[in-house]
Design a protein around this ligand. Structure first.
Ligand SMILES: [Zn+2]
Length: 222
């Protein structure tokens, strides 16, 4: 007998709470935006940037503001070898440096089984480095789910980090992707990727070392 009024009151209370929560959220965002840039329609602009610029994806990540909202087109990769630098090692040195699986992929152009790579579903913010030499190759900003079973990116971290080479092995015409610094095999690039580049860098997990923004920051503070 008492259930109906109580339920109604509870429902009303929830509605009221919900409305208050929504309002304060929205108000909070508006204040943030006006403080930051006083631009109207900032949300739209961010969306458009995400389409125009390869590196600045439309990500709403909080760590972005920690690393400097204004200039955060790329995630800072920390202390890395400069673009254009080279690392040449003997096969023996590579064998020593890499695990067997890494060696198979990076130095012998192997391919890991689709769906098997540990970075496939990694959605953390950070940088993907060459597992052979530590050069920064890809950013989490350009990572997307291609449903192919391999980690996929629509852009590289920055120009000059990745080299491309025509690959006619296995009866296919493909473009191989290599680390520009150490010439290690990473994967292939295709023209069926999403906007803004239309590229799909299809990369073996084993060819990559991932570091989160937090890990990079704490390393560079040491
Ligand atoms: Zn490398």
């Amino acid at each position: 007998m008492n259930m109906t009024p109580i339920t109604a009151i509870t429902a009303l209370a929830f509605l009221a709470l919900g409305a208050v929560a929504c309002q304060s959220d929205t108000a909070g965002e508006r204040v943030d935006d006006s403080v930051r840039t006083s631009q109207q329609g900032l949300d739209n602009e961010e969306g458009e940037q995400g389409q125009m610029e390869p590196i600045s994806g439309s990500d709403e990540d909080q760590s972005q503001s920690k690393t400097g909202e204004e200039s955060a087109d790329t995630i800072d990769a920390g202390d890395v070898p400069p673009v254009g630098s080279e690392l040449e090692l003997s096969e023996g040195e590579w064998r020593e440096r890499l695990t067997d699986k890494e060696y198979r992929i990076l130095r012998e152009k192997g391919t890991e089984r689709p769906g098997s790579g540990e970075l496939l579903d990694n959605k953390r913010k950070g940088i993907y480095y060459c597992a052979a030499c530590g050069a920064p190759l890809f950013s989490s900003r350009a990572k997307y789910d291609s449903s192919t079973g391999w980690p996929s990116f629509y852009a590289t971290y920055e120009p000059g980090r990745v080299a491309k080479k025509s690959d006619r092995s296995m009866g296919m015409e493909r473009t191989e992707v290599l680390c520009d610094r150490c010439d290690s095999h990473l994967g292939h690039v295709f023209d069926d990727g999403p906007e803004p580049t239309g590229k799909r860098y299809c990369i073996n997990s084993k060819a990559l070392d991932f570091k989160s923004v937090e890990e990079i920051t704490s390393e560079s503070e040491e």
